[in-house]
Design a protein around this ligand. Structure first.
Ligand code: TEU
Length: 565
């Protein structure tokens, strides 16, 4: 019988793209010969600046610390760094309460340090992305200080002020994401102001054109300084129902003891998309990229963030990916939906708000191996991956054990049900010396005990380490056209244990097979029937191999190969 040729879906990557102006800031080209934008080929890396590297030994990381680690990031294969907020801030929410949008907090350094970081990064072909906290400012921002000073203040309408329903009664039933009412009474003017997060984070009034103009100008100011784009914080919450309808109440209570509510009237309002389109126009003036913190309930909601004409966010994060059960069918179904949705996928497995992927998927026996499966997965899919610092060495989430040690205020408020987010924000583990090489001083959060085995220095010397694995997959990804630009085609779609797929670009085909189970698996991919005559192993974990059409995978084994006809 004549071997059947596998009908391969031609890369939709090119047809799915929307044109962008050329980016001038960094040395590597913005658009390649095939018309791909720089951010489609880039690997992003999120840095929580308090915890990455401490250059002045005060226990808190800083910009000079990040600059000192650029060679490490370059060698790892990072092309863009997203730094969570490093602007002046009272640090109630560790920087997500900004009191000056156009400066650097002295604890992180100076604007000159920032300029040095941008230029040193540029020398290495690395771009800098900042975090734009769009929904709210700090209550110490001069805009809010003026706003609360009187009902007729120039900035009064820059925030959301309302009368209470009656004495001691807030305007409606909305609760803060961080516990308690979302309204705080201010005796100076006898009105309440609205805060979706902490009371120290009053919501900006995006219905006021002056707010829009001021915030757009903030982005222009940073673009002129060489910033290649922004990660937009909490975009869902930009707008609220002007009539302040009560949210429907659901059964049950959250960790803070508040009734659960359906945020119908204060999140995901259609106006969010109008503002994203406007922010995008400003970004396009500088060829910048916008990444969204887009917590969506399904793929169609995610799809909307690209905009009907590709005119909203270039990179809305697929955060649903962080909620999936470690199971081949579950990931297969989700990936098919996201890949088929028409946008350029953006995959994330960890960030500074959620339990690290290492712990989420750990089975207690094969933890490091499972971390490699997850790395192989999101670094070989069609789309752009955003890594989180420390993921590449298998850092563990290490929440505080005692309430008195909690730094994140939501952990103090919600203890013990909600322990806060300290566990995923611990210092980067550089080596096995004191404080894991992060700082000579006691770090602001304790270093997890696993630093002795899971650190950059030790793992660099171990060819079987998680870091060595990340290095090899990232190296492959940067040079392999099929992984960069190829289409995605699922294989063996009924296999309950092995997730496998082809990435295909013209005549280049890469097979990825991931054993998501704790037992040996031997999937048959019928490669000869599909017209393939040989397979060259590109990256694999020990004891994974191919014999004819059959790939043998040990528990949580990874096998990636180039197929030829
Ligand atoms: O997070 C917004 C967001 O959706 C989070 O509220 C999430 O629900 C919470 O962290 C779960 O505990 C962004 C930032 O990523 C977060 O660090 C900030 O605290 C928040 O905005 C307010 O700026």
């Amino acid at each position: 019988m004549k071997p059947k040729t596998l009908s391969l879906v031609l890369s939709c990557a090119l047809s799915c793209l929307w044109p962008l102006p050329v980016l001038a800031q960094a040395s590597s080209p913005a658009v390649d010969a095939k018309g791909q934008q720089w951010w489609q080929h880039a690997v992003f890396y999120e840095i929580y600046p308090r915890s990455f590297a401490d250059s002045n030994n005060d226990g808190v990381g800083d910009l000079k610390g990040i600059t000192s680690k650029l060679d490490y990031l370059k060698d790892l294969g990072v092309d863009a760094i997203w730094i969570t907020p490093c602007f002046p801030s009272p640090q109630v929410d560790f920087g997500y309460d900004v009191s000056d949008y156009e400066n650097i907090d002295p604890m992180y350094g100076t604007l000159a340090d920032f300029d040095t970081l941008v230029s040193e990064a540029k020398k290495r072909g690395i771009r800098i992305i900042l975090d734009f906290v769009v929904n709210h400012s700090s209550d110490r921002h001069p805009w809010f200080i003026d706003s609360k000073s009187s009902r007729t203040a120039e900035h009064r309408d820059w925030y959301i002020w309302r009368d209470g329903k009656g004495p001691g009664q807030p305007p409606n039933n909305w609760t803060s994401d961080f516990g308690g009412s979302a309204w705080k009474f201010d005796p100076t003017t006898n009105q309440y102001y609205y805060h979706y997060f902490y009371a120290e984070q009053p919501d900006l009034n995006w219905r006021n054109p002056a707010v829009k103009d001021a915030m757009f100008d903030v982005t222009r100011w940073w673009y002129r300084r060489g910033v290649a784009g922004f990660r937009l914080d909490a975009v869902d919450t930009l707008y609220e129902d002007p009539e302040l309808h009560d949210n429907p109440i659901l059964p049950g209570k959250n960790a803070y003891g508040d009734p659960l509510e359906d945020n119908t009237y204060n999140t995901k309002l259609p106006e969010v998309h109008d503002t994203l389109r406007d922010l995008r126009k400003v970004a396009d003036e500088s060829g910048a990229v916008l990444i969204g913190e887009t917590w969506t309930k399904d793929v169609s909601e995610l799809r909307r963030y690209y905009g009907d004409h590709g005119n909203e966010l270039q990179m809305p994060m697929d955060l649903m990916f962080t909620k999936l059960k470690f199971s081949a069918p579950v990931f297969r179904e989700h990936i098919a939906a996201v890949d088929g949705a028409g946008g350029w996928p953006v995959y994330v497995i960890s960030n500074h708000d959620i339990e690290r992927s290492y712990d989420r998927y750990a089975d207690g026996e094969h933890n490091d191996q499972i971390a490699k499966v997850m790395a192989a997965l999101y670094l070989t899919l069609r789309g752009t991956p955003i890594m989180y610092y420390g993921e590449e060495i298998g850092m563990k989430t290490t929440p505080p054990v005692r309430k008195e040690d909690v730094k994140d205020p939501i952990g103090v408020r919600g203890w013990p049900k909600e322990k806060g987010r300290d566990g995923e924000r611990t210092p980067m583990q550089w080596n096995d010396s004191v404080n894991a090489g992060f700082s000579a001083a006691t770090p602001w959060l304790p270093v997890p005990p696993t630093y002795k085995t899971h650190n950059v220095a030790s793992e660099s010397k171990d060819p079987d380490s998680i870091l060595a694995f990340y290095n090899s997959v990232l190296k492959l990804r940067h040079t392999n056209k099929a992984l960069l630009d190829g289409s995605y085609t699922a294989l063996n779609e009924n296999d309950p244990k092995v997730l496998s797929y082809l990435r295909t670009y013209q005549d280049q085909v890469v097979l990825v097979a991931l054993n998501m189970s704790g037992s040996v698996q031997s999937p048959n991919f019928e490669l000869s029937h599909k017209g393939f005559t040989s397979a060259k192993t590109l990256v694999s974990t020990p004891k994974s191999s191919i014999q004819g059409d059959v790939v043998t995978l040990p528990p949580y084994g990874v096998f990636i190969a180039q197929l030829s006809r």
